[in-house]
Design a binder for this molecule. Structure first.
Ligand SMILES: [Zn+2]
Ligand SMILES: [Zn+2]
Length: 417
């Protein structure tokens, strides 16, 4: 779209763009306007939209599939409405004069998805296809087992403490809200006051270096995260659901961490692709517990399994690019290739990264677990209430670890209810 110049747009022709995300529609319209193209997006009411079209205002007009097919009389909402509308996009083409060119663009899609999309959009068998490999050589991959105490994130805690407001931009994708809360609590507890970037003495002048972003996050906090990541803001680490991976363009994210891989390989790669968009060295680190793998698609399970024994890049990308090869030097490819890198004679002169070793700590940790009786639970509840009361007047202290374990007595016990 950036290549579209104002004088290339014929006033008699309108380019219509079907785009699912409002964020993208707004962003693209702003960009086009800046280069002198009369661009607009469909309004919420029919009269608003009619005005845009009949007055010949727009040369490029954006709308979601639902908006373009607003007469379809569906009572569906959200994802269901989107899927139904998108499956009928080919109908739009029947309203246009014969021979009207159509262009379909999609992010990461395997062969089966490409075929389905071509069918939805009503492309004939002989349409042109331009396929670009989603491989990005500046991203190095890691797959490791996480540990339930989150020691696997200690390198990140250290980095935030050390670099503060200069911490490289880091996205942590979680598949469930519980994991977002779990990681946020852990980072807050570990970081304490190091989580705050202080510009002055008033509370308004203190910013949290770690933020969260998922559907229930208040819009103002979402905006803090996106504006920080778009520019040079104070929120440097965002713990997010996949909603943050869609339609955003953050130029310099260095680390994308997956706490549990995405459900599908295509979303896994799309989210990984948020890293290193400026072309500089970046990392995608997949950390997982056994429970994370259960609901993933078969291809993801297979990729995780094979990525632990052979090249992670090949495991994740061969579905989209059959010719994918490990990066050279091997230490720049993935943690598995790094182990066999001989870039310096018969050895590698680049040490493994801290996060490559993170899961080793789990083996050292031995956590005694016992099942609590009803009496134990009552006793614990009373103790917690008592402690909570005594702490109320003091600084806020978490009496429970985020995994439900507490620190009474000499040992750490996990509460099993
Ligand atoms: Zn590799
Ligand atoms: Zn090497």
């Amino acid at each position: 779209m950036n290549r579209l110049e104002s004088d290339q747009c014929d006033d008699n022709n309108v380019v219509i763009v079907v785009s699912p995300l409002e964020y993208i529609r707004v962003q693209q319209v702003e960009r086009l306007k800046r280069i002198g193209v009369r661009a607009a997006f469909l309004g919420n009411s029919l009269s608003e939209t009619h005005g845009l079209c009949s007055e010949g205002f727009a040369q490029v007009l954006y709308g979601s599939a639902e908006q373009w097919l607003s007469d379809m009389g569906t009572s569906r909402k959200g994802q269901a409405a989107f899927r139904e509308a998108f499956s009928r996009v080919s109908e739009l083409r029947s309203f246009l004069p014969g021979g009207t060119p159509a262009l379909a663009l999609t992010a990461t899609a395997g062969e089966d998805m490409r075929k389905r999309l071509a069918k939805f959009i009503g492309f004939p068998g002989e349409h042109f296809r331009i396929i670009v490999s989603p491989n990005k050589n500046n991203i190095r991959f890691t797959i490791i087992k996480a540990d339930k105490h989150l020691n696997c994130l200690n390198w990140l805690v250290e980095m935030i403490r050390d670099k503060k407001e200069h911490t490289p931009f880091t996205l942590i994708f979680c598949q469930v809200v519980n994991d977002i809360v779990f990681i946020m609590s852990y980072l807050l507890m570990q970081l304490g006051s190091s989580n705050f970037y202080v510009r002055g003495n008033t509370p308004e002048q203190q910013s949290s270096l770690v933020g969260v972003y998922y559907s229930q996050t208040p819009q103002s906090l979402k905006d803090t995260v996106t504006t920080s990541f778009e520019g040079d803001g104070c929120t440097r680490v965002a713990i997010a659901s996949s909603s943050l991976s869609m339609g955003v363009d953050f130029p310099n994210v260095k680390y994308v961490i997956h706490f549990g891989p995405s459900k599908s390989l295509s979303s896994q790669l799309q989210e990984a692709g948020r890293a290193g968009r400026d072309g500089s060295e970046a990392f995608n680190i997949i950390m997982y517990l056994r429970k994370h793998i259960r609901n993933c698609e078969k291809q993801v399970k297979h990729a995780i399994k094979s990525g632990e024994k052979s090249c992670v890049r090949q495991a994740l990308l061969s579905h989209f690019d059959k010719d994918i090869q490990p990066n050279v030097p091997l230490h720049a490819c993935c943690n598995t290739c790094h182990m066999i890198c001989k870039c310096h004679g018969d050895m590698c002169n680049v040490p493994l990264f801290k996060f490559d070793n993170a899961s080793i700590e789990e083996d050292i940790q031995v956590t005694p677990i016992r099942t609590l009786s009803e009496d134990d639970k009552k006793c614990l509840k009373n103790a917690l209430e008592e402690l909570q009361g005594s702490l109320r007047s003091q600084s806020p202290v978490a009496v429970l670890n985020c995994d439900g374990s507490h620190l009474f007595g000499l040992d750490t016990y996990t509460i099993q209810t």
